[in-house]
Design a protein around this ligand. Structure first.
Ligand SMILES: Cc1ncc(COP(=O)(O)O)c(C=O)c1O
Length: 447
């Protein structure tokens, strides 16, 4: 085993979302191997990956079928662009497959990119261009939510509602507004569902009215908020949001980067509430991480307004070199086949219930505040006092401490502040969930 690789990581890499200064005290995990829901690091330690890496290894690690599909593609045709009247056959096949899969939502066109931020950026530009081409020049504002995570590029970051991520990069893109999230455990209005009358959804209506509907292009939201703390909205929230968007001619963009491809126990997150967005954004579980890929799906009306002749200025002047990379498209097609053939969506629903029940069984422990989840996407919020819901002082870094103790027990989960989040591969076994729960029980008893 290569033990120096960890030193090289600390010496040569500038890693994303990492305080490199901490590495003197921490032992980084440099993975070298993976199978199912397990990974092995450079020192030979095995971990159950209770977080599917970054919420995305839906089909699990070590899927030779996906590897072979991508390799075969690269041997045949390594890459070919999709710009200006060209494309490659696998990108076209994937676009068709994605449109078929999202037919119940009414999607009819797929725009391919290389990851979540790019796919969000694409959605935001589609929305702005759509209204401009329809003659509504002032309809450019985008409403999103505090605690939302939509990515790191300037448009996606402007939609993101995690203030720590934004601060050092300001000024951001003009025209973005943020409303409160549907965070019932710590309701921003101090109300209780259902007596609250869905105040968080009504804030969307009030904000559109305040800004004036003829200035608002779109509302963007994750069906279940991920990085903001795994926030599952209350019943009726999504239906009301959809109604408000329709009533005000505001496009509804569902950011399904985490929730897509089975994660919440439905193929797509919006299916939990039968919502029909105007634009859907995918990445992560689309390839289960085997290759980078993003996709933005949209209705025909949004595509159609761009039709005309080159030079009239109606075409969508957007795209990156790797839009529709054939190897990534081949990996996605094989990944989707696996998700369907192995009924992984159904499995996520069943295993998710088992995981959340197991987490609820820990609710009697002193520092367990809230437990919630949908499919294999779950949260456990640590608090100083479960009765009053008083949080730990931020300086205690409790989530981080619990996480380190979990790592020592060979389990990877993810601390989002003091919310411990769970998002394992959809192939995780009951035995592996039991091992995660046992490790967590021990750690919670220890703190
Ligand atoms: C909901 C959501 N949207 C967008 C993104 C950005 O995706 P990427 O990191 O692939 O750019 C993420 C990443 O975690 C995400 O969770």
């Amino acid at each position: 085993m290569n033990s120096d690789i960890r030193k090289d990581y600390a010496r040569y890499m500038w890693a994303p979302y990492t305080q490199m200064g901490d590495l003197a005290e921490e032992e980084p995990i440099v993975a070298v191997d993976g199978d199912g829901a397990t990974i092995v690091d450079s020192t030979g330690r095995e971990f159950i990956d209770g977080h599917a890496a970054l919420w995305l290894a839906n089909a699990g690690f070590g899927r030779t079928e996906i590897v072979e599909a991508a390799a075969e593609q690269m041997q045949k045709l390594s890459w070919f662009p999709s710009f200006g009247g060209m494309s490659n056959e696998t990108a076209v096949q994937l676009a068709k497959r994605l449109v078929e899969l999202t037919a119940p939502e009414g999607m009819s066109r797929a725009f391919l990119s290389s990851g979540g931020s790019e796919a969000v950026e694409t959605a935001l530009k589609m929305a702005r261009q759509y209204w401009k081409l329809r003659g509504h020049d002032r309809k450019f504002k985008i409403i999103s939510r505090r605690k939302a995570y939509h990515g790191v590029t300037f448009g996606a970051l402007s939609a993101t509602g995690v203030s720590q991520n934004r601060r050092l990069f300001e000024p951001l893109v003009p025209g973005f507004r943020h409303i409160e999230p549907p965070y019932c455990y710590r309701c921003p209005y101090g109300l209780e569902h259902p007596e609250c009358g869905l105040a968080c959804a009504e804030e969307l209506a009030r904000t559109i009215a305040f800004e004036s509907p003829d200035t608002v292009a779109a509302f963007i939201a994750e069906p279940v908020m991920g990085a903001g703390g795994v926030i599952v909205p209350p019943d009726g929230y999504w239906q009301r949001v959809e109604e408000i968007c329709r009533a005000n001619d505001v496009l509804l963009i569902a950011d399904e980067v985490i929730t897509g491809f089975g994660r919440t126990g439905k193929m797509f997150g919006v299916r939990n509430w039968d919502v029909k967005p105007d634009i859907m954004v995918f990445a992560k579980g689309l390839t289960s991480g085997y290759l980078p890929l993003g996709a933005t799906l949209t209705r025909e009306e949004i595509f159609e307004v761009c039709l005309g002749k080159w030079g009239e200025g109606r075409e969508f002047r957007h795209g990156t070199t790797y839009s529709g990379h054939p190897a990534a498209a081949a990996a996605a097609l094989e990944n989707i086949r696996i998700i369907e053939d192995e009924s992984l969506v159904q499995r996520a629903a069943e295993m998710g219930e088992y995981l959340v029940e197991g987490l609820r069984d820990l609710s009697h422990l002193p520092h367990v505040g809230d437990v919630d989840g949908l499919g294999l996407l779950a949260r456990l919020e640590l608090v100083a006092d479960a009765k009053t819901r008083e949080p730990f002082p931020a300086s205690e870094l409790m989530g981080l401490k619990v996480n380190r103790k979990m790592l020592k027990r060979g389990v990877i989960i993810r601390p989002l502040g003091d919310v411990m989040s769970f998002s394992p591969p959809l192939v995780i076994t009951r035995g592996e969930i039991d091992a995660i729960l046992l490790a967590l029980r021990e750690v919670l008893e220890e703190i």
